[in-house]
Design a protein around this ligand. Structure first.
Ligand code: PMV
Length: 338
């Protein structure tokens, strides 16, 4: 059988209601539902090529040009799961038995709290799925690689339903990418270096030590219902308030973890203060923020306010402080397959 390959691109997603905590670390079953927005493919994305090679050639895996261990449990689990499903769906077993080579590239900083693993595992799952002809939902396979990756399989607003087994823990689209065309994102890279405590270790520590964590888990179902309604109604104020409050609650449980997890830094805190001041001076809530497990800010607003917000943020934070770049994100999403 000759070599064949496929290249696919997946963007990062930004969590509006966060995932933080696993009930099952191997299958990656989360403690709560989460909800995110998948950015455009033109902006921050991972591009992955997967190809079979001739028998006898070694299987290999590269990330950003550096050879990685294909035996890493997460990437191995994804390859095995895709092959298992492909076999059940009737893919030719000689194809499934061939060695595989996977190369993935991110066009943005890796492991710096910018959801690089989400885009990476979504792109790898999509590329492997296409290589082996897998049909149907891929989100639960991407989830095995990195929980939040399941949400990057779809565009637009996506809810990861926690479920309780590997079969029912899946991501579903709540609204398509063109549902809210005026919504714009501004990603401020405060520090583009890898985070000190990875999300797996951080989540484990929070579950084991944070007395606030049970209260957070109990509060999520109401937040998911409220933000889904806000998104459906394109109610910016409600969506922004819920998103900012959830980001703050997530960082509160990180601080409540022992030893504490400090993902934001002084620049992040200044950006939060700035957004609240800006809204107050403007007399209405026109900008919001959210921070994942890192200091980088994801700001959002609507089109009519975007240019002004971007230039004020750039003027205040780009010069002489740690912010490396500020970039506008458009909500379109294209599928780029070759
Ligand atoms: O999927 P992971 O293990 O990279 O965890 C992601 C966790 C957060 O980004 C902080 C929140 C989220 O829902 O994406």
């Amino acid at each position: 059988m000759s070599s064949s390959g496929v290249t696919l691109t997946a963007p990062v997603n930004i969590a509006l209601i966060k995932y933080w905590g696993k009930l099952d670390e191997t299958a990656i079953i989360p403690t709560n539902d989460s909800l995110s927005f998948t950015l455009s493919q033109d902006d921050m994305c991972a591009t992955t090529t997967a190809m079979t090679v001739a028998r006898g050639v070694k299987s290999k895996f590269w990330l950003n040009g550096k050879e990685m261990d294909l035996g890493h449990p997460r990437i191995r689990a994804v390859v095995e799961e895709v092959r298992k499903i492909a076999k059940v769906q009737g893919t030719d077993e000689t194809l499934l038995d061939l060695p595989v080579r996977i190369a993935s590239i991110n066009n943005f900083p890796t492991a710096a709290g910018l959801a690089s693993s989400a885009a990476g595992y979504a792109a790898a799952t999509a590329a492997l799925g296409a290589l082996y002809g897998v049909k149907g939902d891929l989100s639960r396979i991407a989830r095995i690689g990195s929980g939040s990756a399941c949400r990057s399989i779809s565009g637009g607003f996506v809810r990861w339903i926690a479920g309780s087994t590997s079969e029912d823990s899946i991501a579903v689209q709540v609204a398509p990418e063109n549902h809210w065309p005026s919504l714009r994102w501004l990603i401020c890279v405060v520090r583009a270096t890898p985070k000190a405590v990875g999300s797996t270790e951080g989540m484990r520590r929070t579950i084991q030590t944070s007395p606030l964590m049970p209260a957070r888990i109990a509060s999520v179902p109401d937040k998911i219902s409220a933000i889904t309604k806000a998104i459906q109604e394109r109610n910016f104020r409600a969506m922004a308030e819920l998103t900012m409050q959830d980001s703050n609650q997530f960082h509160a449980i990180c601080l409540d973890t022992f030893p504490p997890l400090f993902y934001m830094n002084d620049v992040s805190h200044r950006i939060i203060d700035f957004v609240h001041d800006y809204n107050r001076v403007k007399g209405s809530l026109i900008a919001g923020y959210t921070f994942d497990a890192g200091p980088n800010a994801c700001l959002f607003t609507e089109q009519e306010n975007f240019d002004e917000l971007a230039s004020v943020v750039e003027a205040l934070f780009s010069d002489g402080v740690e912010t490396d770049f500020v970039k506008g994100m458009k909500p379109e999403r294209k599928v780029d397959a070759s």
